[in-house]
Design a protein around this ligand. Structure first.
Ligand SMILES: Cc1ncc(C[n+]2csc(CCOP(=O)(O)OP(=O)(O)O)c2C)c(N)n1
Length: 659
């Protein structure tokens, strides 16, 4: 197997002929798999192929240890070039050539239409263009953090534990998230990133200039990267450029480097070259045979077509490597007394400061991203306690979402904090892909719901639970008070998986026990995903509440008793995913359920309860209180009153229903 590892200064004639052979074989595989599947993307696979082969021949990653902790990471951002990626990986033993060709795009196979991590060597599932560089920079920051002194800002330090490569298309350069990622890489001194732009000049709709003119070289240079230009099909030129990055022989070795390589779509098959139709069109069988002959490859089409047709049916299950966060010291709960108001975000900030003090002293185990809202999301204490772990990603939430998600797959516990509207709704697809990539992100968002108040409806996120519940990977917790917030953050900090925690802005009185003897969430009541807590007992009906409405529901309980002499059960449904179905069923037994939330009632708690009741065939009267029209700017108490979500509003609903 070819292994150069940047050792020779120049490629020998022997190296060149070996590379030519690998290219011909891999190109044969690209065409064979796309023709047999009848779909896929041969054109860009063929133009990027030389770069792929050179990277796997040189980077510090091998098939015998594709997940070695300090391996170089290769992230392919234009995930549609899966045929090129699988074919190149097969040449270096990461997967089997015939299997890749036979199974490409068949249901249940690891060889999906866009690259996925089930294939050894694939680091990040991509396909939604423009996100790969953010993932690569997140990974590169991980390599920098792994070598960092926690007490100093990362920008003031050198060193890294691995390199990260990122391959991209040229049409893809139109995505703005790429500029965000470029800036983050420069800011945090990621000279361990080598990017590659496959400048084949074409994209789906024609030439890149006809679709959307752009200044690719100037763009990278203006953001401060070392820009190397090369003929992407000249082995020696490409190798020299890559080796210059490896040895630091670039204009500014403290900066990241990009190779912008001029290539040819469909390279290697005369009748395919430089035609944009081959971006996503496959050759008919006859033409595929002609192309393979031109490449000097082996025609395995008949055999592999027969094997493909005879493949057994498969299910959903396919392998996915997991990388958990480190074990953390999470400390003892802070208990906030009921007689003083505290906001959940301050409770969050206090835990984060403690976590940094306990875990980030010898090395960085916890990192936290902010989006120019460090003070508002209360990360100052964390920042001061271990400066290297604090990443200020700027007003570049798409990039920060992806970079923090990827960093959380590098063996760190990673938090990303901003307002809910910017951490979820603004960047929903990035969070969706984090989930799909099995990241371990702790997305802790403040200023959720209409509780943002005067900032008005652009900032009042009322869809976060619905959005994240539309994925299969995100846990959702919305604390009812600062004590519960403290427990939730300690619970998620070192746990694998993606967890969202959403909180409002207002200061709240911690919820008291029914007998008034202290906080309900005292040091003995922890957080458990999927468990609801009964705060007040009652059998006349039930209020299921979440977030800031929990305190209103508790007060409503008293107002209802004063008026009717009846007690309703009050349940804190803080865990929205997973949720407590038994608590819903038990509440429904009373015959009347009111849900209360500072969220759209169709897609939040109300919708969830309605679905659960319907799914389980449970019949009860259900009323859903929530944010049921666009709100307006104003103080939160006025907004809650207008939606009849405050204690009086909730009590009035219940009283009307029960009389
Ligand atoms: C965000 C996003 N928008 C649109 C697409 C659909 N799409 C897939 S490939 C492609 C063109 C990509 O062009 P380029 O990066 O030049 O790749 P090449 O054609 O060279 O393979 C488009 C628009 C996508 N995958 N992601």
């Amino acid at each position: 197997m070819l292994r150069l590892a940047y050792e020779p200064a120049q490629l020998s004639a022997n190296h060149l002929s070996t590379l030519d052979r690998l290219r011909a074989e891999a190109c044969t595989d690209i065409l064979s798999m796309t023709t047999l599947a009848g779909c896929g993307h041969p054109g860009g696979s063929m133009s990027t192929l030389d770069a792929l082969l050179l990277i796997y021949a040189n980077a510090n990653v091998t098939a015998d240890a594709p997940m070695a902790p300090t391996r170089d990471r290769v992230i392919i951002s234009h995930g549609h070039i899966s045929p090129g990626t699988y074919s190149a990986l097969a040449q270096f033993g990461f997967c089997d050539r015939d299997q890749a060709v036979r199974e490409f795009r068949t249901f249940g196979s690891i060889f999906g239409g866009h690259i996925e991590q089930g294939v050894p060597g694939v680091e990040w599932n991509t396909g939604n263009l423009g996100q790969g560089l953010s993932a690569a920079v997140g990974s590169a920051i991980g390599a920098r953090l792994a070598a960092a002194d926690p007490s100093k800002d990362l920008r003031e330090q050198d060193g890294f534990a691995w390199r990260t490569y990122c391959l991209m298309g040229d049409g893809e350069q139109q995505k703005g998230q790429i500029s965000e990622a470029r800036r983050l890489a420069v800011k945090y001194g990621c000279n361990n990133v080598l990017a590659y732009v496959d400048l084949n000049g074409l994209q789906i709709g024609g030439t890149i200039d006809s679709v959307m003119p752009q200044q690719i070289v100037a763009g990278w240079a203006s953001d401060g990267w070392n820009v190397l230009e090369a003929d992407g099909h000249d082995w020696q030129a490409m190798y020299s450029a890559m080796r210059a990055f490896q040895t630091g022989d670039v204009a500014d070795p403290s900066k990241p480097t990009v190779i912008i390589a001029t290539t040819v779509m469909g390279k290697g098959v005369g009748f395919m070259e430089n035609l944009h139709k081959w971006h996503g069109q496959t050759l008919p069988m006859d033409d595929c045979r002609k192309a393979i002959a031109e490449l000097g490859g082996e025609d395995r089409l008949d055999r592999l077509a027969a094997e493909r047709a005879a493949m057994p049916e498969r299910g959903f299950d396919h392998p996915f490597p997991l990388v958990p966060p480190p074990e953390l010291i999470v400390g003892a709960p802070i208990v906030y007394p009921t007689d003083a108001k505290t906001d959940c975000r301050s409770a969050y900030g206090n835990v984060m400061k403690e976590l940094a003090g306990a875990n980030n002293q010898e090395s960085i185990k916890i990192a936290a991203f902010s989006a120019d809202l460090e003070g508002s999301v209360k990360l100052n204490g964390f920042h001061a306690a271990a400066p290297a772990g604090f990443i200020e990603g700027g007003i570049q939430e798409h990039n920060s979402a992806t970079a923090s998600g990827r960093l959380s797959r590098e063996g760190f516990s990673v938090f990303f904090s901003t307002f809910g509207i910017f951490g979820v709704t603004e960047v929903f697809n990035q969070q969706r892909l984090n989930g799909f990539n099995k990241s371990n992100l702790k997305l802790v968002c403040t200023h959720c719901g209409t509780d943002v108040g005067e900032d008005g409806p652009t900032h009042q996120v009322i869809d976060y639970a619905g959005l994240l519940r539309s994925t299969f990977d995100w846990e959702i917790a919305v604390p009812g008070d600062p004590n519960q917030c403290d427990r939730i953050i300690r619970n998620i900090a070192g746990r694998p998986g993606n967890q969202f925690v959403g909180m409002g802005r207002s200061k709240l009185h911690p919820i008291a026990k029914a007998d008034g003897s202290g906080p309900f969430y005292d040091g003995s009541v922890g957080f458990e995903p999927g468990r609801a807590d009964v705060l007040r007992e009652g059998d006349a009906g039930a209020i299921l509440a979440v977030g800031p409405t929990v305190a209103f529901a508790v007060k409503a309980h008293d107002l209802i008793f004063d008026k009717l002499g009846k007690r309703v059960r009050v349940v804190n449904m803080a865990s929205l995913a997973p949720y407590d179905g038994a608590a819903i069923a038990a509440a429904a037994a009373a015959g009347y359920v009111l849900t209360a939330e500072d969220h759209h009632p169709d897609t939040g708690l109300g919708g969830l309860v309605a679905l659960h009741l319907a799914d389980e065939g449970i019949s009860t009267r259900l009323e859903r209180a929530g944010v049921d029209q666009w709100s307006m700017s104003g103080p939160p108490p006025a907004i809650f009153k207008a939606y009849r979500l405050d204690a009086e509003g909730l009590a009035a609903r219940v009283i009307r229903a029960l009389t």
